[in-house]
Ligand binder design. Structure first.
Ligand code: RB5
Length: 159
């Protein structure tokens, strides 16, 4: 699979371990940085990964910071990106099967390296189920459209 991976200083060590793991499994990993322990800003690296997902250059993205939160908040601003902050293997699988998540965000200060690796494996190994979930995933984009009816205020066939 073609993957992009990125981290800030809070996630740089875990990113390196995960990139090694993924390459050992045969994945094509595009590492957008950061590459050292110097303090840096997570939006820069979230954008690097998210742009590659939006353009179709990679199939999935993986982002690591202290908590995963800032990475997800940034990545979710990009069209077509569905970034999930995950700290357990069940949520990793469900984020793929039900939500068609295409970016996994991890907190290096939240999960240890062994669990992080299992989370990545669960995420990449799971498939979107489609069906009723396809309508709901489409609704994620539609819900933010100005034409979308506001729940509880009536009107619109989607109300
Ligand atoms: C950096 O100290 C930290 O704020 C960052 O890695 C991340 O946790 C933000 O969401």
């Amino acid at each position: 699979m073609r993957l992009a991976i990125g981290a800030d200083h809070g996630g740089v060590e875990l990113k390196a371990r995960l990139a090694d793991h993924l390459r050992a499994l045969g994945h094509d990993v595009d590492d957008v940085g950061t590459f050292g322990p110097e303090s840096c800003d997570y939006p820069d690296f979230a954008a690097g990964v998210a742009r590659r997902v939006t353009s179709g250059g990679v199939e999935r993205g993986i982002l690591v910071c202290g908590t995963g939160q800032g990475m997800a908040m940034t990545a979710n601003r990009f069209p077509g990106v569905r970034a999930a902050v995950v700290s357990d293997t069940f949520s990793a699988r469900m984020s793929r099967e039900h939500n068609d998540a295409n970016v996994l965000c991890l907190g290096a200060r939240v999960v240890g390296p062994g669990l992080a690796q299992d989370i990545v494996d669960s995420f990449l190994g799971a498939r979107f189920e489609g069906g009723r979930h396809q309508r709901r995933v489409a609704g994620i984009e539609a819900a933010a459209s100005p034409q979308s009816p506001v729940p509880g205020q009536g009107g619109g066939e989607n109300a």
